[in-house]
Design a protein around this ligand. Structure first.
Ligand code: IMP
Ligand code: MG
Length: 191
């Protein structure tokens, strides 16, 4: 069965407003700390790009790419580093920036992994929190929005590598059966 972009859960305006608030909190908490913001590729790039431009303090950036999900909407439960940080975080104030915390496995793994490198401090900022799906307890220090247990796309979040460029967050819906007059944006051919 194909999928399509369904109803908008969070508009671009709502996201922009919330990011101003999060960035204000981050700027306040890290004003004198020259933090390293660690973006989790690829989903966090859109959020990270907006967050740092709203936080008017000195920061540096690094990235890590992890695999947790397979190609679809289910979690494999296994996490590994595909691409590691480019620099040391020893004695640095580190803020992990994630798109979404779902089961918590990815964030739990990353927190433990980065903690072992002896940062001065380590916190987690996530745009979305799907609290109802949590399997492992993770402390999230800055949360944009808590959302219901639905698979969402847009604003960095993907389904089968697509939809990251939507400027809002929408629910991914199954394509209704039968022919669609006028065509649709579904990625049926990818499945
Ligand atoms: P977790 O390890 O189960 O917490 O999953 C974290 C990762 O799964 C996120 O960084 C996303 O890449 C992906 N993920 C979880 N839920 C969604 C969703 O609703 N849409 C898109 N990606 C998701
Ligand atoms: Mg993903």
């Amino acid at each position: 069965m194909g999928h399509r972009v369904g109803r908008v859960l969070i508009t671009g305006e709502e996201i922009a407003g919330r990011i101003q608030e999060l960035a204000g909190a981050v700027a306040h908490d890290y004003a004198e700390k020259d933090p390293v913001l660690v973006g989790v590729l690829k989903g966090a790039v859109v959020f990270l790009a907006d967050l740092i431009r709203a936080a008017d303090i000195p920061i540096t950036l690094d990235f890590v790419e992890l695999s947790s999900y397979g190609a679809g909407t289910g979690s494999s439960g296994l996490v590994e580093i595909i691409s590691d940080l480019s620099g040391s975080i020893e004695n640095r104030h580190v803020l992990i920036v994630e798109d979404i915390i779902d089961t918590g496995r990815t964030a739990h793994y990353l927190r433990r992994n980065l903690e072992s490198r002896h940062p001065a401090s380590l916190r987690l900022c996530a745009l979305l929190n799907k609290a109802g799906r949590r399997e492992i307890v993770v402390e999230i220090d800055y949360v944009g929005f808590t959302i219901p247990n639905e698979f969402v796309v847009g604003y960095g979040l993907d389904f089968m590598a697509h939809y990251r460029n939507l400027p809002y967050i929408a629910v991914l819906e199954p394509e209704p059966a039968g022919p669609e007059p006028g065509g649709s944006l579904a990625l049926q051919d990818l499945e």
